[in-house]
Design a protein around this ligand. Structure first.
Ligand SMILES: CC(=O)[C@@H](O)[C@H](O)COP(=O)(O)O
Ligand SMILES: NCC(=O)COP(=O)(O)O
Length: 240
């Protein structure tokens, strides 16, 4: 299972003072040195954390697959085709949201989503749609030509531990639908030490993106320790 670390909130801290540190690129390099196999960044339309220069530097200076999360807009597609990250994950964005609140409304998406996927696929970029773990959006993602889906794990992660079972069952079922539809199945949002194991134990899930909790935990134990601890929990869960 690939652990891709989302370093958005290193940029949040950097932007708090408008300076140069902490540097999200240095954080990404530290994550890779600690054993993470990918980096995820979300270039939001409002640039509240990751900025355009961060995207360019992450591609140029970090020797690991870069997964660029972005809205399905002309502006973002043009940036992706210029920077050429390893992967793009199309996610929903609402200006007023604190963080991503759910999966893309794939079933009601306009024609631009299919166009964006065609252009990104055509450039050789691995495409993914961030979706709820339900058959209809997953199957629609496959029909639209996405290579992957990333299952939104927020409801599972935010649930009280003794209430997670139905959310995990939904993720398991969604992962099976995804692979059955010929998609690579990834997962992410809100995962922490306490709940990552349930998702990591889903055999069809081949990549998880983890950011806010791990960067927050880094404040107390350092980024290398947090990455190694998360990897150990993932490995333990995969081993069953
Ligand atoms: C799509 C998703 O769940 C996250 O990767 C997203 O980046 C969250 O947005 P913030 O990083 O702005 O919280
Ligand atoms: N797509 C999920 C991601 O990149 C990280 O989400 P979070 O762990 O910051 O909630």
């Amino acid at each position: 299972m690939v652990l891709s670390i989302n370093v958005d909130h290193v940029a949040t801290l950097r932007n708090a003072r408008g300076g140069h540190f902490p540097d999200p690129v240095a954080a990404a390099q530290a994550c890779i040195e600690a054993g993470a196999e990918g980096i995820t960044i979300h270039l939001r339309e409002d640039r509240r954390h990751i900025r355009d220069r961060d995207v360019e530097r992450m591609k140029a200076e970090v020797a690991a697959p870069l997964n660029l999360e972005m809205a399905a807009t002309e502006e973002m597609v043009a940036i992706a085709l210029r920077v050429m990250p390893h992967a793009v994950c199309l996610v929903p964005e609402k200006r007023q949201e604190l963080t991503t609140e759910g999966g893309l409304d794939v079933l009601n998406a306009g024609p631009f989503l299919a166009e964006a996927l065609k252009r990104l696929n055509g450039a050789g970029i691995r495409t993914s749609l961030f979706v709820e773990a339900d058959a209809a959006p997953i199957e629609r993602a496959a029909a639209l030509g996405a290579a992957c889906v990333e299952l939104h794990t927020g409801l599972y992660a935010d649930a009280a531990p003794d209430s997670r079972a139905p959310h995990l069952a939904r993720l398991r079922a969604g992962a099976a639908v995804a692979v059955g539809a010929g998609l690579q199945c990834h997962a992410g949002h809100g995962l922490d030490y306490g709940c990552v194991g349930g998702v990591a134990a889903i055999p069809e899930v081949t990549e998880v993106s983890i950011g806010h909790f791990l960067i927050s935990q880094s404040v107390f134990e350092g980024i290398g320790s947090a990455v190694r601890r998360m990897l150990a929990l993932i490995d333990e869960a995969r081993a069953g």
